[in-house]
Design a protein around this ligand. Structure first.
Ligand code: IPE
Ligand code: IPE
Ligand code: MG
Length: 251
């Protein structure tokens, strides 16, 4: 059969099915499968990461076009430090490369760049690139682009607990703790919880991502490796999300 159903036609068909007034406000993504994508092509893992950056470009720009309010991308976990040094170094060169070409476009698109995770252990060039991105987009009011770098959900929760204890001991706050107060100590303090979590590469796990914030998120998994993830997959995830009934414990 001839492939008359082009990507463009499939995109239009999906866009027609999607309710543009109900786009998930916050989409979080576990960008997984770069290494396997490369291995299947006989390429070094770094080639998968490089192609993964291309997917980030496409996903950020397309999400912005759809009117997504917050996009949170899991780029490096607290456990990813256990990878070989050469791979860590390669991964740590990517935020700078990405922002070097994309920052002017992000500024123009009114996107706000943000970091979730502990910057302490990140190499200086990553901290610098993110700080510059933050500064350049500080006055923007559009989509929040959250990079999770040296991020771990458990680390975030423990850090929040410690900060809260410190504030109680110094008299900055009283000793009453509720969900609202606790979440104000998380990296995502001012950001609503994700409506939709997407994980690529066929793994069905959270891998220490946004443990607190995902409490009532809709989860969407695909076997597609991150470098092959495209706008059609994103539209399909949004369409599936819109078919679900979020009950939040009610009937
Ligand atoms: C995702 O791809 C990138 C990071 C976790 C930093 P992987 O590097 O985990 O690729 P696989 O899972 O080994 O295929
Ligand atoms: C999760 O992917 C972390 C990121 C995408 C940054 P991993 O590849 O590290 O997860 P596991 O090890 O398969 O759980
Ligand atoms: Mg992986």
């Amino acid at each position: 059969m001839t492939d008359f159903n082009t990507q463009e036609q499939q995109e239009q068909a999906l866009l027609q099915k999607i309710d543009r007034t109900r786009i998930p406000a916050h989409i979080a993504m576990i960008m997984d499968g770069n290494g396997r994508w490369a291995r299947e092509r006989g390429l070094p893992r770094s080639a998968g990461h490089r192609q993964g950056v291309e997917t980030v470009r496409e996903v950020v720009s397309y999400s912005h076009g759809l009117g997504v309010k917050v996009l949170t991308l899991f780029a490096f976990s607290t456990e990813n430090w256990n990878r070989p040094p050469w791979e860590i170094n390669f991964l740590m060169s990517l935020p700078e490369q990405y922002l070097h070409t994309e920052l002017p476009k992000l500024v123009e698109k009114n996107v706000q760049i943000n970091l979730i995770g502990d910057p302490e252990r990140l190499p200086v060039q990553v901290r610098k690139a993110i700080a510059e991105g933050r500064e350049a987009t500080r006055r923007n009011t559009g989509m929040i682009l959250n990079f999770a770098l040296n991020y771990g959900g458990r680390m975030e929760i423990v850090r929040a607990a410690q900060a809260l204890v410190n504030d109680v001991l110094s008299g900055k706050t009283d000793a009453r703790v509720d969900e609202g107060k606790f979440s104000s100590y998380l990296y995502t303090a001012a950001i609503p919880d994700p409506d939709l979590l997407i994980r690529t590469s066929g793994e069905h796990r959270i891998s220490n991502f946004l443990l607190w914030q995902l409490a009532y998120s809709e989860l969407w998994f695909t076997k597609v490796y991150w470098p092959d993830f495209n706008r059609l997959h994103l539209l399909q995830a949004i369409y599936d999300y819109q078919q679900r009934q979020r009950r939040f414990g009610k009937i």
